[in-house]
Design a protein around this ligand. Sequence first.
Ligand code: ZN
Length: 566
Amino acid sequence: MQKFKDYKYERPDVELLKTRLDEIIEGFAKAETLSEQEGFIKEFNKEKAHMESMYTLAHIRHDINSNDEFYDKENDFWNEFMPVFSGYSARYATALLDSKFRSELEEKFGKHLFDMYELEKKVFDEAIAEDMVTENKLMSEYGKLVANGKVMFRGKEITLNDITPFRQDKDREIRKEANEAYTSYFADNMEEFDRIYDGLVKVRTKMAKKLGYENFVQMAYDRMTRTDYNAADVKGYRKQIEEVVVPMASKLRAKQKARIGLDTMYFYDDTLKFLSGNPTPKGEPEWIMANGDKMYSELGGELKTFFEFMREKDLFDVLSREGKRAGGYCTFMEDFDSPFIFANFNGTSHDVDVLTHEAGHAFQVYSASKEQTIPEYLWPTMEAAEIHSMSMEFITWPWMKLFFEEDEAKYKYAHLSGAVEFLPYGATVDEFQHIVYENPDMTPEERRKAFRDAEKKYLPHINYGDNDFLESGGFFFRQGHIFSSPFYYIDYTLAQVCALQFWNKTRVDRENTMKVYNRLCKAGGSRGFLGLLEVGELKNPFVDGTIVETMKPVQEYLDSVDDSKL
Ligand code: ZN
């Protein structure tokens, strides 16, 4: 059997490929019959699948060993070629939209494909090309400012990343100092963060106006191809979070305070969930992976087949090594019908997430690739994409004892309460961005105040003590999505609400729930968010009452746990 290491890479012949793509796109436009057009669609998708598979393969191999000179050069090649290919993609999309057989094609491939391309077309115009360059430049300035961040901690210079463990230290003095040192980086660079964010708000507003939008809000929704809900729906959803989830989160905080034995909890105490430490997997990476084999084999059915496929073909790279890129992701190579999971195990519960969350993404794209006929439907939009992964974290609950042993109950409590506490934070980030882009002329001070006000509404328990910077609303500087993926954050909360529904369903009727989950994975991105909710038999989070109903069993479970014993 061909394994990942045997997957053959070759750089495409650019001139040949360009000629071929021209032929296909022009041929499609000139075609006289529907079946001729369908033929060109097939050919375009075949070229695209091959090209993207080569791109992804080069990318993975480079991430695995950034010192590999061959793939280093290939990476440079792709960085230059991908924008060229985007031009062809845009032309292909326009040709589809203008097809004289459009209604027949919609019938065959589904209207959703055309809805997506309409939106993509709507949010781009030559007139904003230069503004997009400015936007990208500011986003990378933000990325650099955070990535290069260093602070003094206990007499030593330390990176923002390396200070993380100290911010969760059991010793309160260390924890406090580490959190204050971490925060000081953002406070000391306030002017720079303000300048970058102000620039981003201004340039995004300018682009929106050029494209005929009232402000950037709807343009952002369109950029994320949110085809079936709008800002008013999201506002109602946040209201439900405020009414239902905020009190639940406050109650969890009160329990946490008692559990860790504090009279007053300050912001630097938030990360200390248990005096006995966080739940961790009880073995080495090989042991974790072997437990993964056991878990998926017992899950059975399509999940078993999928996991065996991943393991037999070596489609995981999870060990941290010299020269390997940080972080983790799941991707897919169409030519090889292969998902790929890239991760860096670090001994925390994150390692198990790789086998649940990332494997959920992989299972989704693996299933969709067997079902869908066009590449546009392999992955759903972002709020839907996280449903499969976050739900897999809950579907696999009965096997968590394998990994966490005596920490099982602690892991489950931390997982479920973490999901509850996350929702109000997500609403804070989202509400803040609506305010900012609806009022693009706010000053940086006014923006910070708006963030602090949103915190007070959704996270009333936060206590910044005498930290003036955080008290003035500076926390949002550290939330990269606010700078680099505007309005993408509520997506995680929407998916989380759906995953919590799956959590409860598996407890009530596992067999049927697994059937529905498989069906949802196969549907891939063939519909918009609300359409996929129907396939997944999930209650729509935008409908009043959904949150209350979803959270009821969650509250019951949390109430049933004696957390003082954890
Ligand atoms: Zn994910």
